[in-house]
Design a protein around this ligand. Sequence first.
Ligand code: ZN
Length: 96
Amino acid sequence: MKVCANCGGKIKSRQNFCPTCGQVAQLVVVDRGAARWAVLGFICPVLGAILYLIWHKRRPNTAKSAGLGALISVGWVVSIMLMVVVGITIGLEVVE
Ligand SMILES: [Zn+2]
């Protein structure tokens, strides 16, 4: 199923013209910033970063979702590591 780039009407895959407005059918890549890509980027930030690099030109919204998920994930891990390091440092100072 294709979608008309001009009017958004549905075009059957065998049709070359839009039945609604008569525009020549063009293949439109669906580019919605889907939450599932953000979740995927969060679970696996490396994959999210790779998807961002692959898609940032052709599917900017989807790429943004994947990249954002990856960034949040990395930020989360870094902040936990910082807390652990600070906690250990404070703990050592107390012991000494
Ligand atoms: Zn149309």
